[in-house]
Design a protein around this ligand. Sequence first.
Ligand SMILES: Cc1ncc(COP(=O)(O)O)c(C=O)c1O
Length: 388
Amino acid sequence: MVEMMPLWSEEMSWIPMNDLTREPEPLRRAMTEAVERVISSGSYVLDREVERFERSWAERCGVRFGVGVGNGMDALEIALQALGIGPGDEVIVPAMTAFASVLAVIRAGATPVLADIDEETALLSLESVRRVISGRSRALMVVHLYGRLERMNAWVSFCHDHGLVLIEDCAQAHLASRNGAVAGSFGRVGAFSFYPTKNLGALGDAGMLITDDETIARKARQWRDYGRSVSGGSGLHLVAGLNSRLDELQAALLSARLPWLEGFNAARRAIAMLYAQGIHHPGVRLPPMPEESDSHVHHLFVVNSPQRDALQTHLNHCGVKTGSHYPLPVHWHPACGNPPRDPLGLRRAERHAESCLSLPCHPFLEGYEVERVVDSINRFIFTRGATP
Ligand SMILES: Cc1ncc(COP(=O)(O)O)c(C=O)c1O
């Protein structure tokens, strides 16, 4: 039987979801120089490297201010705090996202209100959002899941019409753009994670929020540093803030990595295109390819199959590592409690969680590896009956 013929043997290497050991030598040298520069400076927290990277990332995203923080979740929480959103306020979030998106809302003391997703893209559904708006809704968090930037003009005008603050969770969408406008520049605030496996990743945890609003930037600088006043050197603690500062080492490393980002995004796009062209299987649904290639940076390439677990086992048997983003919708996590949600339910997010499978899509995949992933999927024996 075809299925019993392993495509992978012990002599061949695994195809991993990510492999940072394959990064190019010139990039490694640039990172080593960055580390040496920081060590020579003798200054390790909130100094010139942080300011430099804040400036260059904000500029690259087309906004005025960047505030470096400890990680992507803190960037979201601090954004909410700086916006004055907290107890008694509702923030609309998608039911399919990293749990951190929702946890940030909970930690800010606000109430997450869960909306369902569009089946095709797995992004927030406008119809569902319309059903969950209430008099307490203060903000809408759009998550550019998997690196896809969609419907931004619609979200901007929707928020404008309903008096909502638009917050972009850009943790998976570094430099995704639409008509030249970059992820993070559409909303009042954009929040980034630079977790190592992100499209732009540090060598540890790091994050940033970006904004055009000077007051929000100032308040965010306070919140990240114990709530300490940032003007006048008074040292007064104005709010009960966090300790969430981007350190000099991570900022210097991110500056060294930034010039490589566009090339890495292009490599991810090329892999996504090969998957889209090569995978033909009646039991596997591919994500729709975007109208404009720049609008998607393919942080993850996610397919859906009603036999996801069997497909994952099959791919593992073929030496292909896969993931699931995310295996549970947010409301199935006990930490979420029982948040308000779409009165029609969150069925599409639930179905997505049960059927999604992330394929390797990192920029250092070799052509033969992409072919092996494609071949392995096309050889999957699917039990007919269920539609993907
Ligand atoms: C969509 C999304 N939001 C928020 C986060 C949180 O980022 P971090 O891990 O840097 O806190 C992540 C990271 O996994 C993410 O993917």
